[in-house]
Design a protein around this ligand. Structure first.
Ligand code: SAM
Length: 265
């Protein structure tokens, strides 16, 4: 009998995956291989954890909800070696967790925290081999969007600069208990090798992208007036009259690389 007795907590984004076919598709997307360092974010009641453990024998899971820790450990007995880190994932240093072996992250993420978790993962991209995440479909659409799309924005540029982003499949609300109000989607992200990224100063890049999309209706000349002038935008091969939503990721990188750093202090 299941020892998961506590009702799902809305505040922790608890929508537990119950449809076996989608669970299987996530496990197939991860496709763990011997020696992989698998880390699951938000194991919940173990919907993805246990099938992964059955395939892989060893898994680290990061779960914030104290009520789930003991039942999860009990459920893993005889299945595989589960290590649970009882912590807010945003406080976990993936670099330390990885050691010598880059992490393979997997998770049906709490949707209220999906963007902070993505940006936290980006900060540790060098310690991550790949990520298979379930998120709101609307967020996955934004992550993968290209220039010209209505949903192309800061999230698209920031993630695509550092990772390849591949949407895999859509998951309907009925696959969860309780069902969320919206469709979900599974996405794969693979951090690019450092030599391929080309961002000279990540803080500067973040500032430029934030300013450009902060006022997305304005031309870049106006949106970026506090960061650089029209000549700098032109020198990066971008029209100062363009809007951020028309500018491709590589052009943002060129632009940020030639904008001088803000004076210290
Ligand atoms: N993996 C399970 C599944 O697919 O059924 C649960 C997914 S549920 C959408 C999100 C999980 O993330 C919950 O177990 C929740 O308790 C956990 N969670 C929420 N906020 C968290 C945080 N800040 N750090 C770690 N885990 C968190």
């Amino acid at each position: 009998m299941s020892s998961f007795k506590a009702p799902p907590k809305k505040s922790l984004g608890q929508h537990f995956l119950t449809d076996r076919s989608y669970i299987e598709r996530i496990v197939l997307a991860v496709d763990p291989k011997p020696g992989d360092r698998l880390v699951e974010i938000g194991p919940g009641q173990g919907a993805i954890t246990m099938p992964l453990l059955r395939r892989h024998c060893e898994l680290t899971a990061i779960e914030f909800d104290r009520d789930l820790i003991t039942p999860l450990m009990e459920a893993s007995e005889g299945v595989g070696r589960l290590t649970i880190i009882h912590k807010d994932v945003l406080a976990v240093d993936f670099g330390k967790l990885a050691g010598d072996e880059r992490l393979r992250l997997v998770g049906n993420l709490p949707y209220n925290l999906s963007s902070p978790i993505l940006f936290h993962a980006l900060e540790h991209a060098a310690s991550i081999r790949d990520m298979v995440f379930m998120l709101q479909k609307e967020v996955v659409d934004r992550m993968a969007a290209g220039p010209g799309s209505k949903v192309y924005g800061r999230l698209s540029v920031m993630l695509q600069a550092y990772c390849t982003v591949t949407p895999l499949f859509v998951v309907p609300p009925g696959a969860f208990r309780p069902p969320p109000k919206v469709d979900s989607a599974v996405v794969r992200m693979v951090p690019r090798p450092p030599a391929e990224i080309g961002v000279a100063d990540s803080q500067r890049f973040t500032e430029v992208v934030r300013a450009a999309f902060g006022q997305r209706r304005k031309t870049l000349r106006n949106a970026l007036s506090g960061v650089c002038d029209g000549a700098a935008i032109e020198a990066a091969g971008i029209s100062p009259d363009a809007r951020a939503e028309q500018v491709e990721v590589a052009a943002f990188i060129r632009l940020a690389n030639q904008v001088p750093a803000a004076p210290a202090g």
